[in-house]
Design a protein around this ligand. Structure first.
Ligand SMILES: CCCCCCCCCCC/C=C/C(=O)SCCNC(=O)CCNC(=O)[C@H](O)C(C)(C)COP(=O)(O)OP(=O)(O)OC[C@H]1O[C@@H](n2cnc3c(N)ncnc32)[C@H](O)[C@@H]1OP(=O)(O)O
Ligand SMILES: NC(=O)C1=CN([C@@H]2O[C@H](COP(=O)(O)OP(=O)(O)OC[C@H]3O[C@@H](n4cnc5c(N)ncnc54)[C@H](OP(=O)(O)O)[C@@H]3O)[C@@H](O)[C@H]2O)C=CC1
Length: 306
């Protein structure tokens, strides 16, 4: 599949395992040799691409997520590529499940070197309509779940007195994200949690950074209506979506020794969405049409225009 969709209507979804297995990378073979890397949400999309890239670079992989089938399928691919991999079905929303995960991984692999907190997700809804249960589900996954994983990682590294590294996948939230306010708030929480613990945990030799993707074509796109997908290609000045590989390479960089003096940072991999463009998760409301005529202006703006 081409890197540039060239189609500003609806982007194609996803690169294949075959692409991930063979795509050239600037990262040196053996960069992660001897390292154990835990990737949450490693069964699909960005997490899967990251696991395959790191596996190619020598990492031993630990994949977690809720769906055992997705994890097994990713593990089969990694095994074919010669990587050592274990899978752990669980939800990051359960602090007990997170604790059990770390115990299992330490038991099986002897420890963890890099933690990639990629698991997450949301649903699109106007903020005014979000119910408490929906708000809590999204905050619980993206903020609380990520916190449990980060804290478990830090406790592990403190206990074994070994250096650690955390890379959190957030989103390019810097101008707000209409129609997904819950995830915007949760990701902002993760960014500032990361900045905070980057300082608190520096004495433990733990680095903490984030990668903020713009619109990246993955299986996750299947959760959004066609109108949203059309806007995803128009959410940045490059007028295209990114690939899971774009994010995997950024995660690999921040997780490697090449980024040894970087902590508390957020790397945007978003095609410039901070500067121009806007994704609409339910489609663009009429109010925000760019070529509106005065006749379509809402009453308060018509009055101002007179
Ligand atoms: C301005 C410049 C910006 C630049 C660019 C910024 C970057 C843009 C980002 C681009 C696009 C992002 C894409 C992705 O993130 S792809 C990854 C997507 N994957 C997912 O989102 C996973 C799918 N989602 C979920 O699994 C769920 O949403 C959820 C996270 C909530 C899972 O939790 P849980 O399993 O507990 O959820 P439930 O299904 O039980 O639902 C709980 C309650 O949540 C409410 N809800 C859930 N779904 C919906 C919906 N579709 N609509 C409305 N409400 C929903 C509801 O209250 C549920 O409870 P009830 O069912 O009892 O009512
Ligand atoms: N694609 C994009 O445009 C963007 C994506 N992101 C974020 O990047 C991350 C990866 O998304 P992407 O690869 O695109 O989409 P996916 O939907 O493929 O990935 C989300 C992953 O998170 C896992 N997950 C969700 N909830 C939980 C949970 N409670 N416990 C454990 N695992 C969980 C899912 O696995 P399972 O279902 O098996 O639990 C899945 O593998 C997400 O956090 C997403 O929100 C951010 C900005 C843009």
């Amino acid at each position: 599949m081409s890197d540039i969709s060239g189609d500003v209507s609806v982007p194609e979804v996803g690169m294949s395992d075959e692409d991930f297995a063979h795509r050239p990378t600037v990262l040196r073979e053996g960069t992660f040799e001897g390292k154990v890397v835990l990737v949450s949400g490693g069964g699909s999309g960005i997490g899967r691409a990251t696991a395959i890239l790191l596996g190619r670079l020598g990492a031993r992989l630990v994949l977690c997520g809720r769906d055992p089938g997705k994890l097994e399928s990713a593990a089969a691919c990694l095994t074919r590529l010669g990587a050592d991999v274990s899978t752990h079905p669980m939800s990051i929303r359960s602090p007990d499940a997170v604790e059990a995960l770390f115990a299992e991984v330490v038991d099986r692999h002897g420890g963890i070197d890099v933690l990639v907190n990629n698991a997450g997700g949301q649903f699109a809804q106007a903020t005014i309509d979000i119910k408490p249960k929906g708000w809590n589900a999204v905050v619980d996954t993206n903020l609380n779940g990520t916190f449990y994983m980060m804290q478990a990682g830090a406790r592990h590294w403190r206990e074994v007195a070994r250096p650690g590294c955390i890379v959190n996948v957030v989103a390019a939230i810097w101008r707000g994200m209409p129609q997904v306010a819950h995830t915007c708030a949760a990701r902002a929480g993760v960014v500032f949690l990361s900045k905070t613990v980057a300082t608190e945990w520096a004495p433990l030799n733990i680095r903490v950074n984030c990668v903020a993707p713009g619109t990246i074509r993955t299986e996750g796109f299947g959760n959004y209506p066609r109108e949203a997908l059309a806007s995803f290609s128009q959410a940045n000045p490059m007028l295209r979506t990114g690939s899971a590989w774009d994010i995997a390479e950024a995660i690999a960089y921040l997780g490697s020794d090449a980024a040894g003096f970087i902590t508390g940072e957020t790397l945007n991999v978003d095609g410039g969405s901070q500067n121009w463009g806007d994704p609409w998760f339910l489609g663009r409301p009429e109010y925000f049409e760019l070529n509106y005529a005065e006749a379509r202006l809402p009453t308060h703006l018509k009055e101002q225009a007179r």
